[in-house]
Design a binder for this molecule. Structure first.
Ligand code: DX5
Ligand code: ZN
Length: 219
């Protein structure tokens, strides 16, 4: 495929006992970013990791850190995640009352900003802010866990997001996260996706690099 698709491996599924070698494995692969899922046990029914893990990847990674906050009141922690090494910081629309204010704060700190939508949240909620964000993250599973089944309805949601972006002359990228593998990557890219996040499909693979290529080039 001609389009240069960005691949962001989700370290939720990596070997957490060997962060340095996992970061280096990603460095040596054709993957573009590193996706880091921060969960608080309140916004989502799971707890993962926080600032120290972002700092650890920053120390060893050559790729941009794509930090996905699944936490309530993301405004309380945005600054710390940016200081810890986030290159793009994504928060959930559903978790923040003053999204416009937080987008400005993140961008004024010199970081790129993404906004994430749960599967039940319509794209139309972004009408007033689509020109302000660098990326829209469309969740293709309900956030909280790796290895869940991709929600098929996501394709039409991606098309609606693409339309909204074009209508507003926005430069926002479209990212998808959850259940992404070689069976749906091509169709997702054709629907307008720019960034594919993938966890279990990449980290459970026998050959990590080969699976990254299968997503990136849809071979
Ligand atoms: C889910 C996380 C995802 C997760 C994806 O809440 O946001 O990033 O790691 O995992 P897979 O690719 O296994 O569905
Ligand atoms: Zn994620």
């Amino acid at each position: 495929m001609d389009k240069n698709v960005i691949i962001s491996p989700s370290i939720l599924s990596c070997d957490h006992a060997n962060i340095e070698s996992e970061a280096k494995k990603i460095n040596l692969s054709p993957a573009d970013w590193v996706h880091i899922d921060v969960m608080d046990g309140v916004f989502v029914p799971n707890i993962t990791f926080g600032l120290p893990i972002v700092k650890a990847f920053k120390k060893h990674s050559l790729k941009m850190l794509d930090v996905h906050l699944m936490i309530v009141k993301p405004e309380n922690f945005a600054e710390e995640f940016i200081k810890s090494g986030a290159g793009i910081l994504t928060f959930h629309y559903e978790a923040c009352t003053h999204a416009h204010r937080l987008i400005s704060q993140i961008k004024n700190s010199g970081c790129k900003c993404g906004i994430a939508l749960n599967p039940s949240t319509p794209v139309s909620m972004l009408e007033e802010i689509i020109s302000d964000v660098d990326m829209v993250l469309i969740m293709t599973v309900n956030p909280g866990f790796g290895g869940q089944k991709f929600i098929e309805n996501s394709y039409s949601k991606i098309s609606r997001c693409k339309e909204l972006i074009q209508k507003n002359n926005s430069k926002a990228l479209i990212q998808v996260d959850g259940g992404v593998d070689n069976t749906n990557a091509k169709k997702l890219i054709e629907a307008g996706v720019d960034v594919l996040v993938s966890g279990s499909y990449l980290f459970n693979a026998e050959d990590f690099n080969k699976n990254v290529e299968l997503l990136k080039y849809c071979k």
